[in-house]
Design a protein around this ligand. Structure first.
Ligand code: MG
Length: 296
């Protein structure tokens, strides 16, 4: 069987015929938020319903944190520390070098966040995260709650200041900066109006602010959740049938076919050319002829 679908001949050089899509581990409830720790040779990822952050290595899967406060997306900040979105506590946290956990955002203008979903580190050291309502709409252990803030994208300055930076999306979800930091991509898994497609938006970064937001690409089947850029500026997105590779001009170049619905992705491995994929009950990986950017 083929693990790939080529839509642009250029994509044929991005994939390797002898590198299969491998299922690394399975049996989870719903996995999300992969983040690679090359220094530890491990992948951390969330199993949200089972309230755990798990650690995959070549030797198998162990528990990293349980309970995880229903953590979802993760990244590493510019100092390499783990930054996590937590649904249960409606906050974004940073795990310090000594293992203590610091809250870096849990409210805005005096109101609790909804349920932080995904997070990335910006070139200037800030942390950006999305705050749709999915977590508080899910009755994990009774923490279903009323929404007090619109679904927005926030920026946490290195000083700790929290600002809402995008407020005109229905349900902002995955996000990624282009390798040169001049563009921000944000997946919208909601719809402002019923006729709207779920889409990925692109913003130009001008003076540190996202401007000129416009529709970049509409993923089908399914919709984009987690997204990541490679070092050439192509955007890789989750989809219902696998992972789609989208060129900087917005056209679909090709697909990695995965037998389960994909939630999130990240690049890892020593050469940053191994794509890790969280998909429903399993974690997969595939070696590509592309590299991820230095910072996830
Ligand atoms: Mg997400």
């Amino acid at each position: 069987m083929s693990f790939f679908e080529v839509h642009d001949p250029v994509f044929g050089a991005y994939v390797l015929g002898n590198a299969p899509v491998k299922r690394l581990a399975t049996g989870f409830d719903w996995v999300e938020g992969p983040v690679w720790f090359g220094d530890l040779g491990c992948l951390l990822f969330s199993d949200i319903p089972s309230n755990r952050i798990l650690r995959w290595t070549e030797d198998g899967v162990t528990t990293f944190r349980s309970p995880s406060d229903y953590a979802n997306g993760h990244t590493r900040d510019r100092q390499g520390r783990l930054v996590s979105c937590e649904h249960g506590t409606r906050r974004v946290t940073r795990t310090e070098w000594d293992g203590t956990v610091t809250v870096i955002a849990d409210s805005y203008q005096g109101k609790p966040l909804n349920s932080p979903n995904d997070v990335i580190a910006a070139p200037d050291g800030a942390v950006w995260f999305t705050d749709p309502h999915y977590g508080i709409g899910t009755d994990y252990e009774g923490f279903k709650a009323a929404q007090e803030l619109p679904c927005q994208v926030y920026r946490v300055d290195p000083s700790g200041r929290v600002d809402a930076v995008i407020s005109d999306m229905a349900c902002p979800n995955g996000l990624a900066f282009s390798p040169d930091g001049t563009r921000l991509y944000v997946a919208d898994t909601g719809r402002m109006f019923h006729s709207d497609p779920q889409h990925i938006k692109v913003f130009d970064m001008v003076d540190g602010k996202p401007v000129n937001g416009r529709i970049f690409h509409t993923v089908s089947p399914g919709c984009a959740d987690g997204i990541r850029c490679d070092s050439d500026g192509n955007l890789w997105s989750s989809a219902a049938d696998g992972v789609h590779c989208i060129a900087p001009d917005g056209h679909l170049m090709g697909k990695i076919l995965v037998p389960e619905l994909v939630s999130n992705i990240c690049f890892g491995g020593r050469a940053k050319h191994r794509l890790f994929i969280t998909a429903t009950t399993s974690v997969y990986s595939v070696i590509l002829n592309r590299r991820g950017v230095q910072w996830p």
